[in-house]
Design a protein around this ligand. Sequence first.
Ligand code: UDP
Length: 502
Amino acid sequence: MTNQATMSGLRSREPHFVLVPLTAQGHMIPMVDLARLLAERGARVSLITTPVNAARIKAIINRVKESDLPIQFAELEFPCAEVGLPDGCENVDLVPSAGYYKAFFEATHHLREPVARYLRAQRPRPTCMITDMCNPWTADVARELRMPRLVFHGPSCFFILCSHLMQQHGIYARITDDFEPVLIPELPQPVEVNKAQAPGFFGALGWEKFRSEVLEAESTADGVVMNTFDDLEHSYIELYRKVIGKEVWTIGPLCLYNKDLDNKAARGNKPAIDHHRVLSWLDSRKPKSVLYVSFGSLVRTRPSQLIEIGCGLEASNQPFIWVIKDVERTSEVDKWLSEGFEERVSTKGLVIKGWAPQVVILSHPAIGGFMTHCGWNSMLEAVSAGVPMITWPNFADQFLNEKLVVDELGIGVAIGVKVPYYYLTEDSPPAAKRDDIAKAVSRLMDKGEEGQERRKRAKELAEKAMSTMEGGGSSMENMARLIQYALMHGNNDSDQEEEHDA
Ligand code: UDP
């Protein structure tokens, strides 16, 4: 067969992507959206998951089956017992306490052989791997199966870029005081941070080996896929491309894949409340009058802080939906909720205990603001819905995400928290008091000029977010280029096998 004939044979084939998410909500949810987007564009997809995680998204898996999308959800056993994790602890949000994080990441390393075994058995052979940056062990698997490996970055490009610049300029090595202010070098405008707020990739003490594995796996990857879009952080994306010297595909906001209500409601986990009930509650409110309050899947707010938040919301006199995670419901919190609070706010507030259908809520016209922990998915979901934010970062990428949204995009009001939550102890006073909270709420929901300007900017960004995910938009074009890349550069062993068979 001539080279040309081989190439045209390759071009006519559908690529087979293998997606390997980190099993954490903020990492899995966008990967599941990505799987469906790729499959709808003609690619085949195998998504690696585990029994507990698959059970959480059973509604999505069933919808995929019904619609005949070519996605396989590969449920591999998560080796909890081998590393001393409690049974069923298959997602970062199920890790009982900080002392178990190392064991969790060790367990993910143990998935290497089961993943390789699963992929070796696939026909057609997988052509291209997209793997979370937190899964550096996948580099060996991709090498063995001779397929290109693209790293998927869940956080903002701004955070990834700043972390690289700080690493490359030796800031992490040189500065010993976590709270010493530093200017991040090379950025188009001055951005001041400290190591506590900008810890980079796995910056905590004791994680040095894992950090270097993650950086190494990124530097040897064939490219990077990011859940962001060009109009949101254009200059940072350009600079990041230069800094890492490889192809970067920006393909977000992935949450906008979910157009219909049932898809939106099924993301991540089974909601603790029927989404139709939330919708009818919201339908009875005025446009842009309700504040949505949620701190993502991982932040565990202490009881004293939770009570302070509740009192601040009550004092703000603004309608609200407030999400309290199951893991945060200590007897103290439950007692406080049931002994007066819920009754006092019953005409104004809806408290969701457990998993909330976040994208359903954010995209309702009654929502006028979002108090968020600044997880990147939550921020993209707010941007996509045109909702301005009160920013309350806790750790990891969240302080840098706050800077982007408040200082640069101008669609956020900072609550004013400066210290990451692992520097606090059980008896530290609340990081934000009820008065700070009530003030931030009235500033965000304000009908005056400042509030109107912020809402206008949020609306403009939402329009850009939507158009980037439509035909001809930059993220959709990048998605098409990504599929083309897999066709041209993907492992073509399957061609050889099939030619041989013929
Ligand atoms: N989420 C949700 N319901 C909840 C809590 C979180 O749907 O009750 C979703 C949220 O929409 C987002 C993801 O979980 O897609 C959380 O990711 P993010 O990056 O915002 O924060 P993390 O949980 O990783 O800190």
